[in-house]
Design a protein around this ligand. Structure first.
Ligand code: P6P
Length: 342
């Protein structure tokens, strides 16, 4: 039974053999993230029992009511990564500005990595016991290591990412990540407190099975997005290769994970309620870019409807984007409709 156990550490050390120049810093950073995930998972598992439920009485930079769990998870991520010397700057969906790490010891070079995260995506689902997730991405700093990290360190295109991952707090707690050499999934074994390799080398299936969208907003989408939606339902003259089932949890990590393993597409087009000022909902840095990087390394693709999400150079920490992510053929089909119809 124990002959097949591969821990995250063993797996990452195996991966490092592929990159001899890799240092242990990255491995330790992933471990710091995994520890934060375990702490958050413990609170989520008992959210109905502790006083972690409900609103914190504060509002985040997005203008959203912060759940107590958002605050707890955000503080956990910051605490677990502030004193290791591995991270020079952080950006979190929950705070307006960056968290710049100033080394206690001036002789210490500030951490060489940038950590960007959404501590609990979909937290409004917690009270209904619906799966939620943490999403993170890791970049290399561009600013000089001796000084604190900068906003520019955080505004890098997804294509320059060093790694991306998410934690899904579902029927089990899973951590899925890629450092550019395959996408790998680990499941938390509570009795050991370890993430064990359960899904090595995840590749999106060639045939998609699911489509995920909040169709109550369909009337607000652009003509191209509306026609793409009709296409998926087999209502256009051209039909999809296979009929898709609709699945929409309303928690991005859960919807993305299901489509990653089973094949499918998630899309959240911009709203043209105000045609002059279309509005997107999902965040580029905290949601679209990290999941787009994972999709890319699993054989999928992510677009804002006109270009790869990974090619977008962020100009603001909290900028939003339309998102079409998952099966490469379906995302490109959406781009085609939007190219032709707007
Ligand atoms: P809607 C959660 O707030 C989130 O950012 C994603 O996790 C999820 O996919 C989306 O918003 C749900 O949005 O408008 O369908 O409730």
């Amino acid at each position: 039974m124990f002959s097949k156990i591969i821990t995250m550490e063993q797996h990452i050390l195996e991966q490092e053999r592929v990159y001899p120049e890799a240092t242990g810093t990255f491995t330790n950073l992933l471990y710091d993230i995994a520890l934060a995930a375990k702490i958050i998972s413990r609170e989520i598992r008992r959210a109905g029992l502790g006083n972690i439920l409900g609103e914190a009485g504060t509002v985040n930079v997005q203008g959203e009511e912060q759940m107590r769990l958002d605050v707890f998870a955000n503080e956990t991520f910051i605490r677990m990564n502030s004193y290791t010397g591995r991270v020079g700057v952080m950006a979190t969906e929950e705070l307006e500005s960056i968290v710049s790490i100033v080394p206690d010891n001036p002789a210490m070079a500030g951490g060489k990595y940038v950590l960007i995260f959404d501590p609990v995506d979909g937290s409004s689902n917690i009270a209904a016991n619906v799966s939620v997730g943490t999403i993170f991405s890791i970049y290399r700093r561009k600013s000089p290591l001796g000084a604190p990290g900068t906003v520019e360190d955080c505004l890098q295109p997804g294509r320059d990412m060093a790694a991306a991952g998410y934690v899904l707090y579902g029927s089990s707690t899973m951590l899925v990540y890629t450092a550019g050499n395959g996408v790998h999934g680990f499941t938390l074994e509570p009795s050991l407190g370890e993430f064990l390799l359960s899904h090595p080398a995840i590749c999106m299936p060639a045939l998609p099975r699911y489509s995920s969208a909040n169709v109550s907003y369909e009337r607000l989408w652009s003509p191209g997005a509306q026609r793409f939606h009709r296409y998926l339902q087999g209502m256009e003259s051209e039909k999809p290769v296979v009929g898709l089932s609709a699945r929409y949890v309303g928690s991005l990590v859960a919807d993305f994970h299901r489509n990653l393993l089973n094949g499918g597409i998630f899309y959240y087009p911009s709203s043209y309620a105000n045609p002059v000022n279309p509005r997107a909902k999902l965040r580029l840095l905290y949601e679209a870019a990290p999941l787009g990087y994972i999709a890319h390394h699993a054989g999928g693709y992510a677009s804002d409807g006109t270009r790869s999400i990974l090619d977008i150079v962020p100009t603001e920490l909290h900028q939003r984007t339309a998102l079409f992510i998952g099966d490469r053929g379906l995302v490109q089909k959406a781009e085609g409709y939007i190219h032709d119809l707007g």
